[in-house]
Structures are given as structure tokens and as C-alpha cells.
Design a binder for this molecule. Sequence first.
Ligand code: ZN
Length: 174
Amino acid sequence: MAILPIRTYPDKILRQVCKPVTEITAEIRKLVTDMAETMYDAPGVGLAAPQVGVSLRLVLIDIFFSHNEEGERDLQVFINPEIIAAEGKQDGEEGCLSVREYAAQVTRAMKITVRTMNLDGDTFEFEADDFFARVLQHEFDHLDGKLFIDRISPLRRTLYKKKLKKILAKKKNG
Ligand code: ZN
């Protein structure tokens, strides 16, 4: 097990369209284990493979862990996930482990239907709504090289880029 370094914007790997996972190998299982450790350590609600520098269609989510004090876990692994239906709208605040020191309101579908594979190689479909649907949409965006800051207004995005410049300059000097 290992905690992997998290890639942050504007790292180019976050902009790549990720490749499908073709086979669930020992290497993929190890990646999932390491990604889980990285996500819980951060801590984050979700983590997509490109965020740890691997351009594969693989996402981990645990919406339970960060919302309960006992530290119970409910890890879900999504391999080659697709949103096959979406309806309704919701607005809510999002942040991202790959987007430093920033959160913003993002509009997402309220309810989605997902087709995905799990670690056993089984393909199945399920419906999600509300917060879980939001997290799924955010994480799946990563697989297509998209970040939540692509879904905010150009003005806000410009302001964030300015803020980031300052953060990076500070880091360099300090
Ligand atoms: Zn993210």
C-alpha cells in the first residue's frame, strides 16, 4: 500500500481523455488499493485515476466516510463508467483534490443512470441522485479531462487562475 502524490491543476495529465481498463489485472488491483489509501488520507469523497497520474477510466468513491464520525467506510470502485441517462438539475458547492484552495457552485444533473464494471469484472447499471449523483458526475468528468472549474463562469475561472498564480508564486518563494 502506498499514498500516491496527487496531481494538481494545471498538470497536463488532468486534461487527457483516459483509456478504458481492458483487463482487471493484479496491477489494477494494486492501483485501486493505493488510490483508496490516497483518497482516505487526503481525505476526499472521490478520486479518479488521472489524479494520481494514471490515464485510465477508473474512479473510487466513498460518500459515507467523510460524513460519519466513526470512520466507517463504504468504498465503491467504478471501472469504465458511463452515464447513460440524466435528468433534472441541482446546484451545489464542489471542490477537488486537484484544484488547490478553491470551491465553487456547479450545476449538475439531479438524477443519473450509470453503467459500470466493478473489480470482479461484472457490468451493471444503477441510478443515483442528489449528492451521490453529483460526486459521480464530478469524478467521471476527470476521465474525460474535465475539471469542475470548466463548469463555472469564465470570470470566476479567470479569478481562480489569478489566485492560483499567487499561491504558486508564494510556494516558490517560501
Ligand atoms: Zn476532482
